[in-house]
Design a protein around this ligand. Structure first.
Ligand SMILES: Cc1cc2nc3c(=O)[nH]c(=O)nc-3n(C[C@H](O)[C@H](O)[C@H](O)COP(=O)(O)O)c2cc1C
Length: 321
């Protein structure tokens, strides 16, 4: 008799409560679709029941529309995907005018991903969004070069992460504020603390890893740009460790993001301390993955006799004996 059969007699996977709280925000399940891999949500509405998602994060929104990078923008690598989209988007004004009215018809949590090239850019985008109905939170993408600081990425420097988060918190955002960290940093704990001290309500860990793919026969990049960002299964073990490191540094909720394809991947992130997760690249091969995974997580928790998501969170034991 399996463990589940022994002590969950009379109960079924339907009894597993998947709901989680990220500060004041309640999600029906801990799985959101990640920024840049789920468009503005509207493109997926004919394929995915948006009302069943934990939520989704929009494509990055900037002050002005952006045309993005030259093609090709995606390329496969043996265990992950490389992208150089160049943050193409319709701009925050068009998002509010054209996309949000459609999204308001759904009962789903919509998080706006925000980016810029100086602090004022971030604030401008949030100001426009503050006047609009239908958003649950903001996610600041800090993996962008700060043109006022010689092009150094915000996300590589705790001081800059603090400045942009503090400005967004104090000057602009009344909604919950998440900060999405860059993964390729020497000490993710110090960056996570900087965001927490500056007033972030949650952290998303993490973005893609700077990487390249070349064709030696032509001596050219396999993307339209020299470099791109690596995502997918290749990055999961690295990002998992970053989540665990950050968990020990901060108290605010963490959303784990990197290489999730299965229920086991989701639960691995919860075990090392994530409260929720996001799913990115996997949506390219299966657009319904974020709708399917909650049911699979329910089954997996039932199998190990757990009936709430909270029971498994941060159950990681560093001493392996
Ligand atoms: C095609 C593509 C576009 C992306 N665009 C954005 C974006 O606009 N803003 C952002 O914060 N992250 C963006 N990301 C990063 C993802 O949200 C996610 O952090 C990353 O892909 C790692 O998760 P995954 O391995 O599940 O894909 C993008 C990723 C991909 C693959």
């Amino acid at each position: 008799m399996s463990a589940a059969n022994a002590s969950s007699r009379g109960r079924s996977p339907a009894d597993v409560d998947l709901s989680v709280s990220l500060g004041a925000l309640r999600l029906r399940n801990p799985i959101l679709a990640a920024s840049g891999t789920f468009g503005y949500g509207t493109e997926f509405a004919h394929l995915v029941n948006l009302n069943r998602l934990g939520g989704f994060v929009t494509k990055g929104l900037s002050r002005e529309p952006m045309v993005g990078s030259p093609p090709p923008r995606l390329c496969d690598t043996p265990s992950g995907m490389l992208n150089a989209i160049g943050l193409q988007n319709v701009g925050v004004q068009a998002f509010v005018r054209e996309k949000l009215p459609v999204l308001r018809k759904f009962d789903t949590v919509v998080v706006a991903n925000v980016f810029g090239y100086c602090i004022e850019d971030y604030l401008e985008v949030i100001w426009v969004l503050e006047d609009a109905e239908g958003l649950a939170a903001y996610e600041l993408n800090v993996s962008c070069p700060n043109v006022t600081k010689g092009g150094l990425q915000f996300g590589n420097d705790p001081v800059q992460v603090k400045e942009v988060t503090e400005a967004a918190r104090k000057v602009a955002a009344k909604r919950p504020l998440w900060v999405k960290l860059s993964p390729l940093v020497a000490d993710i704990g110090s960056i996570a603390r900087a965001a927490e001290e500056a007033g972030a309500d949650a952290l998303t860990i993490a973005n893609t890893y700077p990487a390249m793919a070349v064709d030696y026969t032509t001596g050219r990049s396999r993307l339209g740009s020299p470099t791109g960002g690596l995502s997918g299964p290749a990055i999961k073990p690295i990002t998992l460790r970053q989540v665990w490191e950050a968990r020990q540094a901060v108290k605010i909720p963490i959303l784990g993001l990197g290489g999730i394809e299965t229920a086991a991947d989701v639960l691995d992130y919860l075990v090392v301390g994530a409260t929720a997760v996001q799913v990115g690249t996997a949506s390219f091969t299966d657009p319904k993955v974020s709708e399917r995974l909650p049911e699979e997580v329910r089954e997996a928790l039932f199998e190990i006799n757990m009936f709430t998501v909270n029971e498994i969170r941060y159950s990681f034991r560093a001493e392996n004996s």
